[in-house]
Design a protein. Structure first.
Length: 168
């Protein structure tokens, strides 16, 4: 379990070496975090698309919020997670992410578990990607967008994620 601070910006991976558990929603790898004292906090959780075409994948997260006795208080996801663009500072490769902003750390909320569900693992999403070509201007390649098309991104048991904590 990792202790979060406020503010905090934690990049982490969930992969085959991550512990897994049989949740009510199916077996999933997970990461556990302890919220800092003095909440509530605004949390932004991002999960980045990884891989090369045509096998793009993303870890589709769900956040389970627990009390001090580690009993479930509530579960968040997948509803608040939306597709958004990522920057080159966030991730290499195709710059797309699933991201949600939520509140946690209020009365009775002490821990977070980031995991996924069997239903989400069976899902493939159609995500818009810009069509582009490259032109060379003054010796520098420049991307020239000319529309968009949908690509398939499958859910995976592993991924690259980022959790940011800030005051509300």
């Amino acid at each position: 379990m990792e202790r979060l601070a406020s503010p905090d910006d934690l990049r982490f991976e969930i992969d085959e070496g991550t512990p897994s558990f049989a949740f009510d929603t199916g077996r999933s790898p997970f990461r556990t975090f302890r919220l800092p004292e003095g909440g509530p906090y605004t949390l932004t959780l991002s999960s980045y698309v990884v891989g090369d075409p045509p096998t793009w994948q993303v870890f589709s997260p769900v956040v389970l919020v627990l009390d001090e006795a580690r009993r479930p208080v509530r579960s968040v996801g997948p509803e608040p997670f939306r597709w958004d663009s990522a920057t080159g500072d966030e991730t290499p490769g195709w710059r797309k992410k699933l991201e949600a902003t939520l509140q946690a750390g209020g009365p009775g909320e002490r821990f977070l578990i980031v995991h996924t569900t069997e239903a989400l693992l069976a899902r493939t999403s159609a995500v818009e990607m810009p069509n582009a070509s490259y032109a060379v201007a003054a010796g520098v390649p420049v991307m020239v967008p000319f529309g968009t098309h949908g690509v398939a991104v499958t859910s995976a048991r592993s991924g690259k994620l980022r959790l940011r904590v800030s005051a509300p």
